[in-house]
Design a binder for this molecule. Structure first.
Ligand SMILES: [Fe+2]
Ligand SMILES: [Fe+2]
Length: 256
């Protein structure tokens, strides 16, 4: 069974680009399930009901997020209501929203688990301890982890830690696709799936704003760049009888 995972969608322009391209890609690649990280999909960052709707309209089955998940207050009702938009599980049970989504496909089910790193990020619950607890009570045969983290070492550690225990560990947050996709003991792994955002940009933001910041250290309001959109992600092939990943391929498409 093929699963297409798409990395951090940056801004409404990228949501619109996703609407143009995702269904075609899903069909061409033969993907049954599409998971999209939407943590930067709203204008001004975060996710809001309009950007979440756009991502679902584009063809996503599940939306994962990350450190910007709670930026937009207008999302509160969605966090309460939706079971297919998730936030990092290690925010804990006292916080609005859920960290795991289970899709029931009859013969098997697919759990999507969202976790956030704690190295150079907010001091949430230790994600390694958190995922151990989740896996104790998760009986879905297929388990896909979106590990939203800054440090390459923390992501690779999670890949090896969960090797043989989940179907895939897919890194997000750093917005630049890495070339280390591999299968470790039946677990598909990549350090970062890359973003869906403007090609000519610095992680989605107008490049001059970021260059200026490095020159002056003076904080300036971020503005998402325009122009051609790059859709980045990975295509997984999972054996539905065992939950093991049999193939992981990087995916990149330019949307004009
Ligand atoms: Fe992001
Ligand atoms: Fe992030």
């Amino acid at each position: 069974m093929k699963i297409l995972f798409i990395g951090d969608v940056v801004g409404m322009r990228s949501c619109e680009a996703l609407k143009k391209a995702l269904r075609g890609a899903k069909q061409k690649l033969g993907a049954e399930i599409v998971i999209v990280n939407g943590e930067n999909s709203a204008e001004g960052n975060g996710i809001n009901p309009a950007s979440a709707d756009a991502i679902f309209e584009a063809g996503a089955d599940v939306i994962t997020t990350g450190n910007h998940c709670f930026r937009q207050k207008t999302m509160e009702a969605e966090w309460e209501r939706s079971s297919t938009i998730i936030r990092p599980a290690n925010y804990g049970d006292d916080v609005i929203g859920k960290g795991v989504c289970v899709l029931d496909r009859g013969a098997y089910s697919i759990a999507v688990i969202n976790l956030m790193g704690t190295t150079f990020m907010q001091p949430l619950e230790n994600p390694f301890h958190c995922v151990d607890r989740i896996l104790e009570s998760c009986d879905a045969r297929i388990k896909i982890v979106d590990f939203h983290a800054e440090a390459t070492s923390e992501k690779r550690a999670m890949g090896y830690y969960l090797a043989g225990r989940v179907s895939a560990v897919l890194g997000t947050h750093t917005h630049v696709q890495t070339a280390d996709e591999q299968i470790i003991e039946g677990t598909g792994y990549i350090t970062d799936a890359g973003m869906t955002g403007p090609k000519e940009s610095i992680l989605g933001v107008e490049k001059d704003i970021i260059i200026d910041r490095f020159l002056t250290y003076y904080p300036k309001r971020h503005r998402f760049a325009e122009g051609e959109t790059e859709m980045n992600g990975v295509l997984l092939d999972i054996d539905t009888k065992t939950g093991r990943c049999t193939s992981i391929e990087r995916y990149r498409q330019l949307i004009v």
